[in-house]
Design a protein around this ligand. Structure first.
Ligand SMILES: N[C@@H](CCC(=O)N[C@@H](CS)C(=O)NCC(=O)O)C(=O)O
Ligand SMILES: [Fe+2]
Length: 370
């Protein structure tokens, strides 16, 4: 019996649905928040009752829908004990089993990608999360990762399984769907025939960029995806600037804005907002600075109207040039003005985030007014 393999294209994450045909009981391994509607539809179409959601680890690249599935489908949540996911109803330990209908999963602790990471064994198939990927393995450079531990987990725990055990990975970035333990033992370029020292050297040399959503995803996943707005990162204080109150990171701007401490003003043109995307709730007051233009009276009056007496204004543009000019002008008008560093270009996802269902994200933060 095979699992149903589901894919989240935004994070290249595989979610697995395991079904007990006899009782119509199911489990989901590593469900993704953006795919909640799809997963509920699959359960409904097949007449399944979701018994469990199970995490392989606290993900850094996407947010789990475990908490939402508990709410919507009555599932119980299970997570590895060493991952700090305190909201999971069941904390799993190595050797535990998890029953759904007449079926049973077996829990394998496989530290390395993270210290708590686990794999799950079911009917001669292993769900490896980010411990073992097809022709690869999870990175070990953050979240309590350890290349030594990963080497041990792969070679001693996973490679101890029969060669014909099917490997279902947590991700694949090239569209591959499954492998076997025998195949990975023979040909996984990171680990096949490699010594511990060689493996550690390979992992150290990877030099991968951090997952784009790590600052948002990890805190949310520690609460089964039901976390509040993530704790802000980056500078907690404005940086001093010439001619205006200061430069702020998008995170600090977001915090002020959410707390109602500042008005957010987007100084780009209408056309740019149309084309590139926008932050809902930001006031549009274009800063025009083409040569020969007289002082921008429209800007002055619109800004005065937008910012309450004694209030702060946050200025946003594409690259952080016009927002500085606008901040200087706002200061001349007697307004406490801050420039948002790097503007829209600082958003690594750019317009990709514009149409994301369930909220608009700029720099991984939910800029939506309640
Ligand atoms: N580009 C991806 C990051 C991908 C990534 O780092 N994936 C992790 C799993 S959470 C990994 O271990 N990747 C292994 C690899 O790329 O070799 C993002 O921004 O989310
Ligand atoms: Fe991961």
């Amino acid at each position: 019996m095979q699992p149903i393999q589901l894919f989240d294209p935004a994070s290249s994450t595989y979610t697995y649905m395991l079904v007990d045909e006899a009782t119509r009981s199911a489990v989901l391994i590593d469900p993704v928040d953006q795919q909640l509607a799809r997963d509920l539809a699959v359960l409904k179409a097949r007449g399944l009752q979701l018994a469990w959601t199970i995490e392989t680890h606290a993900h850094a690249d996407h947010i789990t829908s475990a908490g939402l599935l508990a709410e919507h489908a009555g599932a119980r949540t299970a997570a590895p004990a060493g991952c700090g996911i305190a909201t999971a109803a069941v904390q799993l330990a190595h050797g535990d089993t998890l029953a759904f209908g007449h079926e049973t999963l077996q829990v394998l602790h496989t530290p390395g990608h993270t210290a708590g990471s686990m794999c799950y064994l079911w009917r001669g198939q292993v769900f490896t999360g980010d411990t073992l990927l097809i022709g690869g393995c999870g990175r070990t450079d953050f979240q309590s990762g350890s290349a030594e531990a990963l080497y041990h987990s792969i070679t001693q725990v996973l490679f101890a399984l029969p060669d014909d055990t099917v490997v279902w990975p947590g991700h694949d970035y090239q569209g591959r769907q499954r492998s076997t333990i025998g195949e990975e033992k023979r040909s996984n370029p990171r680990i096949a025939g490699k010594s511990l020292a060689e493996f550690v050297a390979t992992m150290q040399a990877l030099d991968l960029p951090h997952p784009k959503r790590i600052d948002e995803a990890v805190p949310a996943n520690l609460q089964s995806g039901l976390g509040q707005t993530p704790a802000p990162t980056g500078d907690a204080q404005p940086r001093p600037a010439q001619g205006y109150a200061g430069d702020v990171t998008a995170e600090l701007a977001h915090r002020w804005w959410q707390a109602g401490e500042a008005v957010l003003v987007d100084v780009r043109t209408d056309a740019e907002r149309e084309w590139v995307g926008f932050v809902p709730g930001a006031l549009a007051v274009a800063w025009k600075q083409w040569p020969g233009m007289a002082m921008n009276e429209d800007f002055d009056s619109a800004l005065r109207a937008a910012v309450p007496e004694g209030g702060k204004v946050l200025l946003l543009c594409r690259s952080g040039v016009r927002s500085v000019a606008a901040a200087r002008r706002a200061t001349e008008l007697g307004i406490e003005a801050y420039n948002i560093l790097e503007g829209f270009e600082g958003d690594p996802d750019g317009e990709a985030h514009r149409n994301r269902k369930g909220g608009w994200r700029y720099r991984g933060l939910p800029w939506r007014q309640n």
